[in-house]
Design a protein around this ligand. Sequence first.
Ligand SMILES: [Zn+2]
Length: 239
Amino acid sequence: MVATSGDGWVLAPPLKLLVEQLDDYDPGRSHVSDGSIASAAHHVANPASDHEPRRAADGRWYVTAVDISNAPWLDRWVLDDLTLDPRVKYLIRNRRYWQRIRWTGDPVRTWVPYTGSNPHNHHVHISLQLGAVHDLSRWSMPGASPRPATTTRPAPPTPKGLTMDDEVKAAFAAVTAQNAALAKGINSVLMRVVQLRQGQVNEGQAEDARFKELDAELDKVQADLAAIAAQSALTEGAA
Ligand SMILES: [Zn+2]
């Protein structure tokens, strides 16, 4: 069983709730790789992990990580539910590390290779934001049934993770379309610059007003370019 308190520390209350909810959800689940406070060996291997007590804003010391043992529902739950909970700081599972996008806080999946010595193929590591130690919202449990299905499990009503992926793809498509439209606009402006310069040779000062108009148009194009570059950077970061 997961230790929930010890010398000068308690398990962060939302994680205590998480373990209680999982035990209710699947009373027969394995606890063989469950964990909270770092063991002596874990402390030596990784003294900076969230399994070490950390001091929250209230001045108390909390362990803000739990390990949850393998179960048939574990991976779907991690993908469908945990990655969407804003209290989750990071996850480690099957040599992959997941972290919320920092600048937006959006629950976009960002699994990257994890090269730590423990492959995390017997449990998932769940770290909680230190600022969330008093947020006792109920956790989303796997699927909709009270017990894991033994034969067939109904598909989740909405593949939330896939929806996020689709949104990222749609954002990319929108930026690509915008870029194409902009390239067309720039091309026509450049054509006009060439035409006007040719015209200036012939018409002299009469072209001044048309150049001012053109300057304003170029300013607008530059502003659009900057906005699209900023949007592209965000979208690329999210993918
Ligand atoms: Zn862990």
